[in-house]
Design a protein around this ligand. Structure first.
Ligand SMILES: *Cc1c(COP(=O)(O)O)cnc(C)c1O
Length: 407
């Protein structure tokens, strides 16, 4: 039996990502393909680089896409910037800090972590103390960790790294577009993201930007590597142990010479270009403000339903909120009912929060008043069905109040 044509159900994706894509992003992905060296392709790639300089708020020439999901760019950054034996410091405040540490371990770095409780962020002074103690080559720090909803302040970290001669890398996958990010002003040497959070696209393309200092590190390894290859000594620490994620080669592919490496994922390039175009046409600050408003409306909405919000709310990302599952309500069954009866997806959680909280996102296209209010109506109905006592209309009233106050 041959299945029928693909026909996904209508969904409102209000979890921590992936989220529903902007309609124009889906249209861009259905545009005709061109060859890898078609002048149109080269100009679309150059436009995309320039658009992402705007998204990252950077003048970095080395602003490109890695083909793959967000962790493809994380691997590219770490495997290209870190040599086996280098010390890497990872402050961990949620699940994705553990991921950065794991990827650095696989790159044979000497990994040092510091941890804080889930629901908290690090003061800059604590990160500086650890830098002084560990003397890392690279600091790898998540900006927004969707597992805890926290948004680690980055603005003082770049100066600290500069003073101690440390490269500064941040994974901004969850936060970019929905929260301020200033790659140059904050002294980032590398930053990576994905499309499926606040940028409003599907997963599968990973924007990355590298400072001139970071570019110097990868190109120096490339120069040394040429000699290593001639000598047949691929055990050298300078030898990058990945072809696909070797940033020196990827930059040569995106650069003026367009040296052959992979075949750029054309439809994902179209999607990434449209995500950035949509964001910059609305305005970077305006998009952050829209996420802040939708996030505040969702926060007050769940409180209006009598639910308790998890974590240090003052440091919460704009685009996701973690709410404690009320006693007696079966978390997974309630989520399943939201999906089956309302077509709305919200998120479960990991690690210490598993079974304790749901995570509700308001990102990209779905950072919208109607999406917020519809979700709150459905959540109220489902909570009541599972026996929770909730104020009638309390969620919508509180959220609508936030929107009215902002009007
Ligand atoms: C969602 C998320 C990712 C996701 O990685 P994928 O490879 O796209 O699944 C990575 N880092 C952070 C901080 C995230 O929130």
């Amino acid at each position: 039996m041959i299945p029928g044509p693909l026909d996904p159900p209508a969904r409102l994706l209000m979890g921590p990502g992936p989220i529903s894509a902007y309609p124009s992003v889906l249209r861009a992905m259905s545009a005709p393909l061109v060859g890898q060296y078609d002048p149109f392709m080269t100009s679309a790639m150059a436009e995309t680089q320039e658009l992402y300089r705007g998204v990252w708020n950077t003048a970095n020439e080395a602003t490109v896409l890695i083909d793959g999901t967000s962790r493809a760019a994380i691997e590219a950054a770490i495997v290209s910037l870190v040599r086996p034996g280098d010390r890497v410091l990872v402050p961990v405040f949620g699940r994705f800090g553990h991921l950065l540490a794991e990827i650095a371990e696989r790159a044979l770095a000497e990994v040092h972590t510091i941890e804080t409780d889930w629901g908290q962020v690090f003061p800059a002074s604590v990160i500086e103390e650890a830098i002084v103690r560990v003397k890392p080559t690279l600091l790898a720090l998540v900006q927004g960790d969707t597992s805890t909803t926290m948004n680690q302040p980055l603005e003082d970290i770049g100066d600290i790294c500069r003073r101690h001669g440390v490269l500064f890398y941040s994974d901004a996958t969850a936060s970019l577009g929905g929260n301020a990010f200033d790659a140059d002003a904050w002294g980032l040497d590398a930053a990576t993201a994905g499309l499926q959070k606040c940028l409003g696209g599907p997963s599968g393309s990973a924007p990355i930007t590298l400072s001139p200092r970071a570019v110097e590190v990868v190109t120096a390894r490339r120069r040394i590597e040429a000699g290593i290859r001639e000598a047949g000594d691929t055990s050298s620490a300078d030898f990058v142990r990945s072809n696909y994620f070797d940033l020196a080669m990827i930059l040569e592919y995106w650069g003026p010479r367009r040296l052959n490496h992979h075949t750029e994922a054309t439809s994902m390039l179209y999607a990434a270009r449209e995500c950035a175009r949509v964001l910059l046409s609305e305005g970077r600050d305006e998009v952050v403000a829209r996420h802040a408003l939708a996030g505040r409306a969702m926060l007050e909405g769940v409180r209006g339903l009598g639910l308790t919000v998890f974590g240090d709310v003052a440091h919460k990302m704009n685009n996701v909120v973690a709410v404690e599952i009320p006693d007696g309500v079966p978390g997974d069954a309630a989520r399943a009912a939201l999906l089956a009866d309302f077509g709305i997806e919200i998120g479960t959680s990991f690690g210490p929060l598993h079974g304790r909280v749901w995570r509700i996102g308001t990102m990209g296209y779905n950072a919208r008043k109607d999406a917020v209010l519809t979700t709150l109506v459905a959540l109220e109905a489902v909570l009541r069905r599972f026996g929770a006592r909730v104020p009638v209309g309390g969620g919508v009233e509180a959220a609508a109040g936030v929107y009215a106050g902002a009007a």
